[in-house]
Design a protein around this ligand. Structure first.
Ligand code: MSP
Length: 500
């Protein structure tokens, strides 16, 4: 499982956090299901954009990237991201992989020297044809993504002969119909291929900050050929062992702005080099602020760490995962964040955990009771597991969480119907609470990919030992495993309500 590698011209912001948290949660789910899953993220450190940012800061590009890359790693630590590798494109392993891939494509005859003249957006690190450019506030020739003027370049470049790959790519996708998700975004990617493919430049002579071509060191690799190769570099492609296939092909999580590079360029490069294309692409929308993509260029960045101060780490993670269907754009608002927190976390999950602990403390002597094998909640738990699993598998976190929350809602409803807080202690109360505790045990497991710290806290409050992350599905979700006699702890509210 991979995230895009982030440009280090800016510090990590909510847009980066969005993609990384989703990758993290999908990975955590996969691990719960017993799949040995490697999760990779990292930083994209070459190219004109970084070179210019370093010049502006008055330092060398290496010093500049050495300063920013650790900030990404530190941000992911704070967001509880369970990546097991962090690749930087300035590392020797990455350089070796890029050299190897370049050489293979060159040897296959798919890289050739030509003259390039055209318009380039430094922020995208991408060329544009005139018909792709837009007018912004009276200025013609602006980048459609960044809405800033593009620059004219003319020089000798090596080109990757993408135009030769249209049929091979369409054939490959026809044989792998589920590779692109969600479907609508996948269709956009296929549309790019059907629309006709132009060769793309992979090298520059006017740029210093990049990896030299193995056969012509006057040229350095153009940023996308370099950046995409990180996915292979991190699993051992280009090293002495060449045993990258243990982890290849990967699932790539990407934003809709980098579809052309990931779903068109990348599989063509791999086919040229005789390597299997990725297994799957999950294409996400953008998190917008006031209707615009959050980006350093737009000046509307929100620091995720500020939001965590208000709603807590899991409050923030939950919002990112649950608010918007993956693939669609989402509009970030502070009211939306607090609203989601209050409804789903404070009122639903938090309230359920508090109620259960209060009643068990007051009416069951603080010790958990056993669930009824035939409880109505058993069916709700089975449905919750089946749907949750299906939607995580479909790479749809918001739907998966809604399925998990179905069990929370059902359990709250069950308690409201039975009102154990009004009843005298005894068998009836014990039975109801056993069911609620068992539901909460299953909820803790199912919600753990999204809100791992809270899941562990719930687990411990109902007296379970060990770690939620060590549970394995589907077995751990089977109804009836909550043991009677566990000590149940009330604790502070998991999610105190927030006033706007
Ligand atoms: N370095 C390239 C990717 C190379 S991958 C081989 C790059 N970096 S980036 O830092 O600009 O963006 C990386 C990803 O973060 C993109 O997929 C982009 O969509 C995502 N996001 C950046 N801002 C975002 C939002 N505001 N919302 C959602 N995702 C956002 O492109």
């Amino acid at each position: 499982m991979t995230t895009p590698i982030y440009y280090v011209n800016a510090e990590p912001h909510l847009g980066h956090a969005y993609t990384t948290i989703i990758g993290d949660a999908i990975t955590r789910w996969s691990r719960l299901m017993g799949n040995d899953t490697k999760f990779l993220t990292g930083t994209d450190e070459h190219g004109l954009k970084i070179q210019q940012a370093a010049e502006a800061a008055g330092v060398t590009p290496q010093a500049f990237t050495d300063e920013i890359a650790p900030k990404f790693a530190a941000a992911w630590d704070k967001l509880n991201i369970a990546n097991d590798d962090f690749i930087r494109t300035t590392e020797p392993r990455h350089r070796a992989a890029v050299a190897e891939l370049l050489q293979r494509c060159y040897d296959a005859g798919d890289i050739e020297l030509d003259t390039f003249a055209g318009k380039y957006c430094v922020a995208c690190e991408e060329y544009y044809s005139d018909d792709e450019l837009i007018e912004v506030d009276g200025t013609e020739g602006c980048c459609p993504t960044h809405r800033t003027p593009v620059e004219y370049f003319e020089e000798e470049n090596y080109f990757f002969r993408l135009s030769r790959f249209q049929d091979r790519l369409l054939d490959w996708y026809a044989k792998h119909p589920n590779a692109l998700t969600p479907e609508q975004r996948g269709n956009e990617a296929l549309g790019l291929i059907r629309g006709g493919l132009r060769d793309f430049s992979i090298s520059r002579t006017s740029l210093e900050w990049g990896i030299p071509l193995p056969w012509d060191d006057k040229h350095v690799t153009y940023v996308w050929f370099d950046a995409l190769t990180n996915y292979l570099a991190a699993v051992g492609f280009g090293d002495d062992t060449q045993d990258y296939t243990d982890w290849w092909p990967a699932t790539h999580l990407i934003g809709k702005d980098i579809v052309r590079q990931h779903c068109v360029y990348w599989p063509a490069m791999l086919l040229s080099a005789g390597i299997e294309p990725p297994a799957r692409w999950a294409i996400g929308g953008w998190l917008l602020v006031g209707g615009e993509k959050m980006s350093k260029t737009s000046g509307n960045v929100v620091d995720p760490l500020d939001l965590i101060d208000d709603v807590g780490l899991d409050g923030f993670r939950y919002y990112v995962l649950a608010e918007t269907a993956y693939g669609n754009d989402g509009d970030f608002t502070y009211e939306g964040l607090v609203g989601k927190y209050n409804t789903d976390l404070a009122n639903n999950l938090g309230n359920l955990a508090a109620r259960v602990a209060t009643v068990v403390t007051k009416k069951c002597g603080g010790l958990g009771t056993a669930p009824d094998p035939d409880s109505v909640l058993a069916e709700a738990a089975r449905t919750a597991f089946t749907d949750t699993a299906k939607f995580w598998d479909d790479l749809q976190p918001s739907k998966a969480l809604d399925a998990t929350w179905g069990l929370i809602r059902a359990t709250n409803g069950y308690l409201e119907q039975n009102e154990p807080w009004k009843a005298e202690p005894g068998d009836a109360v014990d039975a109801v609470m056993g069911d609620a505790l068992e539901a909460l045990r299953i909820v803790a497991i199912l919600c753990s990919p999204a809100i791992p710290d809270t899941a562990q806290a719930v687990w411990e409050r109902i007296g379970m030992t060990g770690l939620v992350v060590d549970q394995r599905l589907p077995d751990a979700a089977a109804w009836g495993q909550y043991p009677a006699g566990n000590e149940v702890i009330k604790g502070d509210p998991l999610f105190p309500r927030i006033k706007l």
